[in-house]
Design a protein around this ligand. Structure first.
Ligand code: NOJ
Length: 532
């Protein structure tokens, strides 16, 4: 256990993800921008988060909404310019907020000057900066179709595991590596505190680009073009050689003070945990999606995931938890609705490890149905409407006015606004002492003020009734009990070895009282934090 006073900002703090297109539009074009983020910094500060992660704002043709980068060292005019970015960093820092930016090292846009050169001829010096082959292997794209596109001009195929507009860089080429590592330095010199590194497990591919084996568990009825899910992802990701690259990336971050490397990773726990590095010399935080992906709303299941994670972590490794992001169904929709979302918020903000909140979770935003002709996401366009990620990327709901206060009146926003925005918005929920937004604020305040919650140990407790998750957080003499009822009926629990305590916070926001712990009553979907 690390003493709480030694914890770094990215261990104590709470990260808040902003999808800039969808946060606040200040130019009236229906798309959010960096100035919009600046204008909402007071809101974020008041909410009580510690760091902002910005999804990509780089110049981009937007084939994958910014994950197709045409210049790693600039800002797309849609979002502002470098001067706006610098102001955002300064304004955030003046409020004590850190800035984490997305870094997309696996692929560029096909409009990046490097790729334009690379595809211009077979003997161009940048030819080897990308992955070109005479014959494609059997790999499929995450977004449907093959992972290779034929380029008629030079008669070869290039690799892209996402859109065909996202050619993959060849990280085995030392010049590529050096150029990409320099982009990290560019942003750290501008004051950026950390990076969220996109699909970081994909950088190094099998040297011989071998065919992937068939996936015996591929779900039936896959769309015909879903070649990806029909294969096991053996040779296209998580290669052993990738770890040497992670260490080089980390060394670049370590050239600067106190920066943080977060990586987007999934896969089995045994592979995932290796990304902390054998000696803690790779990522600070491999993003942990284990409470999100494939999970149903069940206390025993959640506890099993947390316990297996805690057991797998080496001493130096700091945990983290994510319940939603711009690629997944919103948590309120996934877990059932606001009642479950409140308990999920208490779970996320009281587990041991860095939590990441996705914008809008604090007001209980749900997936927004997108009419088929309004689908923007390439994944939804290629693999079918039920796979579109647009549902979780709709504009933030600020108030009950036109366009929910996201864009000026009369503007068509880039994605539709949720039908419930008149009641589910920041202004309305801020004024309501029992709202989910108030719950988030109170949880964040309590967490920040309580070493046991932001830095203490975690110990699960066995309790009798099912579908209840109870754990202890402890730092020195400070002890807190968290009891979460996942069931839609009330539960009464006897907490082993404890007699009484005081409820500091209930997800219902109506209960602060001394309680006896030999018969603790929880209402349906109620979570409580108890000081012991
Ligand atoms: C993961 C990102 O989160 C997702 O939005 C994107 O489409 C792919 N990587 C490709 O960059």
């Amino acid at each position: 256990m690390q003493p709480v006073e030694n914890l770094r900002w990215w261990q104590r703090g709470v990260v808040y993800q902003i999808y800039p297109r969808s946060f606040k539009d200040t130019t009236g074009n229906g798309v959010g921008d960096l100035q919009g983020v600046i204008e909402k910094l007071d809101y974020l500060h008041d909410l009580g988060i510690d760091a902002i992660w910005l999804s990509p704002f780089y110049p981009s043709p937007m084939a994958d909404f910014g994950y197709d980068v045409a210049d790693y060292c600039d800002v797309d005019p849609l979002f502002g310019d470098l001067a706006t970015f610098d102001r955002l960093v300064a304004e955030a820092h003046s409020r004590g907020l850190k800035i984490i930016i997305d870094w997309v090292p696996n692929h560029t846009s096909d409009q990046h000057p490097w790729f334009i050169e690379s595809r211009s001829s077979r003997d161009n010096p940048k030819r080897d900066w990308y992955i070109w082959r005479d014959t494609p292997n059997n790999w499929g794209s995450f977004f449907g179709g093959p992972a290779w596109t034929y380029d008629a001009q030079t008669g070869q195929y290039y690799l892209h595991q996402f859109c065909k507009e996202q050619p993959e860089l060849n990280w085995r080429n030392p010049e590529v590596k050096a150029a990409m590592l320099d982009t990290l330095r560019f942003w750290m010199k501008r004051g950026v505190d950390g990076f969220r590194m996109d699909v970081i497990g994909l950088l190094i591919k099998d040297k011989d680009l071998r065919d992937n084996p068939p996936n015996p568990n591929a779900p039936p009825n896959l769309p015909e073009n879903d070649l990806f899910s029909r294969l096991l992802q053996v040779y296209n990701m998580y290669q052993d050689e990738n770890h040497a690259v992670m260490r080089e990336i980390r060394q670049v971050l370590d050239e600067y003070d106190d920066r943080c490397a977060i990586g987007e990773l999934w896969g089995p726990l045994s592979e995932w945990v290796r990304y902390y590095g054998e000696h803690g010399d790779e990522l600070h935080l491999p993003f942990n999606f284990r409470l999100m992906d494939g999970m149903t709303w069940n206390a025993q299941q959640m506890r099993a995931v947390v316990d297996s994670l805690e057991a797998a972590l080496p001493d130096f490794a700091w945990p983290n938890y994510v319940l939603g992001n711009h690629d997944r169904t919103r948590l309120a929709t996934r877990f059932g609705g606001e009642a479950q979302a409140r308990v999920a918020a208490m779970l996320l903000l009281t587990l041991r490890g860095t939590p990441t909140i996705y914008y809008g979770e604090e007001i209980g935003m749900e997936d927004v149905p997108i009419p088929p002709d309004k689908i923007q996401d390439p994944q939804g366009i290629n693999l079918g409407p039920e796979r579109t990620r647009d549902v979780c990327r709709t504009p933030m709901q600020w108030d009950a006015g036109p366009n929910a206060g996201f864009s000026p009146a009369g503007v068509e926003t880039w994605l539709p606004i949720a039908a419930d925005y008149v009641t589910r918005n920041v202004a309305a929920l801020s004024a309501d002492p029992h709202s989910i937004l108030t719950l988030y604020k109170r949880l964040l305040r309590l967490r920040r003020a309580t070493p046991a919650l932001y830095g203490g140990s975690y110990r699960p407790l066995d309790v009798e009734p099912d579908n209840v998750y109870v754990y202890l957080r402890k730092a020195d003499a400070q002890r807190y009990l968290i009891a979460l009822n996942f069931a839609t009926e009330p539960r009464t629990l006897a907490i082993p070895g404890e007699t009484g305590g005081r409820i500091l916070l209930s997800t219902h926001l109506d209960r602060e009282e001394a309680v006896s712990l030999d018969a603790l009553s929880l209402r349906a979907n109620e979570g409580v934090i108890i000081a012991l």
